[in-house]
Structures are given as structure tokens and as C-alpha cells.
Design a binder for this molecule. Structure first.
Ligand code: NAP
Length: 254
């Protein structure tokens, strides 16, 4: 994705994967600016630790408790950002322009790192209420406690009960990823204008999204979130305005 944008923008640069052990993370991050790197993305299992290592942390990354995007200044100081929530909300708004977070509650399935970013973005966008269901209830309770009374934990076995009430349903669990069973919800009980989003993007078309489409609902896949979370990083590292279009999606799908 970043290589595509670099080519499109005519910028001489590169984006390379580096496999780093947890024990070496700080040493590597401190060395990268000295080697000419302008920043980095960090992913599991480094997202929380990167926040501790950073010299400064954006308010959003602090709220989410994890970083995914790092920027190095000329002195090698590290600023940590989290752009997952931005990627999530931009994907929804782009694919469902009439959706407005303030209009109806949301149903979030899963309580891992991705759910944290999604909830933070939804509350920021004015969501009046969030139902949160997770297989391990204690994890949902822990997450909800950090966000306050707008986030209501519901039983995993009873997630269907709130479906008629919501305007947005998001699967942030790993269910539906290649090799995992699909999540099944009674979408026929949902309002006709409900937006259904799956963060899983391998496969792109999960059974969860297929079921939603079959019921005539707007189904949004997870690739858009992955793409949009990369936009602020590219802008900070390289400048310019990276374009998100079908050609980019095609490149990524290939
Ligand atoms: P995580 O922190 O490990 O959390 C995993 C979540 O999935 C937990 O809520 C876990 O429930 C749930 N889960 C796993 N297997 C399950 C199963 N068989 N049945 C029910 N629940 C199950 O991972 P994460 O970072 O939040 O990522 C979650 C998913 O979002 C992944 O598929 C990831 O690829 C995707 N994601 C996509 C994007 C994007 O840009 N589109 C960005 C971030 C993440 P328990 O607490 O009960 O274990």
C-alpha cells in the first residue's frame, strides 16, 4: 500500500517489513531514525509496548492504550499515534455516507485491541450507546469500564437480543477469518438501514457479510479500514495526499 502511494506520488522511499522480537523492540526503534527511517507501523504484539517506549503519545493513542503508527523527528524522538479508529470510521463514512453515529446505538462484537479503537472512534463520533458482547465476558467488562456508562456489556449468548435496536453492527472478533467458523446473527430482525461491518479481511467476503447482504443490509468489508488507517501515517512520513481508490484495492487484493 505504501509502496503504491510512494510510486503514485513520485517519492523516492520505501516501506519494509522488519521482524523484531519483543526483547529488542526499544533497541530497534531507537536505531531506526539513525538509519534514515522517518517512522514505522507496529503491530501485534508490539502495540502496547511501543506506547511505553515513545517520547510522546497522542491523546487518541493514550485513550486506546496502544500505538500502530510511529513518527521519528530529526532528533530521533518517537511520537506514537493510533490511526485504527480513524481507519474504521473513515471506512464506514465513505461506504455509507448517510450513516451518522448519533442516530442509533451500535453493537460491537469482540473486546480485543481492535474493539478498543472502534469504540473510541464511535464515542468520538457521538454514538449514543454501544452494546458490547464478547465470548469472554470479563474482557468486555474490563474494556467497558474504561469508556464509561455509554458502553453496555451484553451476554455473548444474547447478542441477537439488541440487533433490532442498532444502526451499526461491527464484528471485531477473529471469527470468520480463514479457517474459523462464521459469526451468525439473525440479520432479518435488524432495521433495514443497518450498516454491517466486518474487520476481518481474509477472506474479504466473510459469511457474516454475505448473510447481511442477503437480508438487504449494507455490508462493508475490512480492507477499507486497513487502507484508511495507513493514510495519516503516509502523510506524516512522506507528506502529500495518498489517494484511496479502486486501483489501490485491486493492487492489495492481488
Ligand atoms: P485480539 O486483541 O486478539 O482480540 C481478538 C478478539 O476476537 C477477542 O474479542 C476474542 O474473544 C475474539 N475471538 C477470537 N476467536 C473467537 C471465537 N472463536 N469466537 C468468538 N470470539 C473470538 O485481536 P484484535 O487486534 O482485536 O483483532 C481482531 C480481528 O480484527 C482480527 O481478525 C484482525 O485481523 C481484525 N483487525 C482488522 C483491522 C483492519 O484494518 N481491518 C484492524 C485491526 C484488527 P476472547 O476475548 O473471548 O478471546
Amino acid at each position: 500500500m505504501h509502496k503504491y502511494w510512494l510510486r503514485q506520488s513520485g517519492i523516492e522511499g520505501d516501506y519494509v517489513p522488519l521482524h523484531v522480537s519483543a526483547a529488542d523492540l526499544e533497541t530497534v526503534l531507537r536505531a531506526l531514525p539513525k538509519m534514515g527511517f522517518v517512522g514505522a507501523n507496529v503491530t501485534i504484539p508490539h502495540k502496547e509496548r511501543a506506547l511505553e517506549i515513545a517520547d510522546s503519545v497522542s491523546a487518541r493513542a493514550a485513550e486506546i492504550g496502544a500505538a500502530n503508527t510511529l513518527f521519528f523527528n530529526e532528533d530521533g524522538e518517537i511520537t506514537a499515534y493510533n490511526t485504527d479508529g480513524y481507519g474504521f470510521i473513515t471506512n464506514i463514512r465513505t461506504n455509507a455516507p448517510t450513516w451518522n453515529a448519533v442516530d442509533a446505538p451500535a453493537l460491537i462484537l469482540g473486546a480485543g485491541g481492535a474493539a478498543r479503537a472502534v469504540i473510541s472512534a464511535l464515542l468520538d463520533a457521538g454514538s449514543p450507546h454501544i452494546y458490547l458482547g464478547n465470548r469472554t465476558r470479563a474482557r468486555a467488562e474490563y474494556l467497558a469500564a474504561q469508556f464509561g456508562s455509554q458502553v453496555q456489556v451484553i451476554e455473548w449468548d444474547a447478542i441477537s437480543d439488541s440487533i433490532h435496536d442498532v444502526g451499526l453492527i461491527v464484528n471485531t472478533t477473529a471469527r470468520g477469518m480463514n479457517g474459523q467458523d462464521d459469526l451468525i446473527l439473525p440479520f432479518e430482525q435488524a432495521k433495514s438501514d443497518v450498516i454491517v461491518n466486518d474487520l476481518v479481511y481474509t477472506p474479504l467476503q466473510t459469511g457474516f457479510l454475505r448473510d447481511a447482504e442477503r437480508c438487504g443490509l449494507t455490508a462493508i468489508d475490512g480492507l477499507g479500514m486497513l487502507i484508511y488507517q495507513g493514510v495519516p501515517g503516509f502523510q506524516k512520513w512522506f507528506g502529500g495526499n495518498p489517494k484511496v481508490d479502486n486501483a489501490l484495492r485491486e493492487v492489495l487484493l492481488r
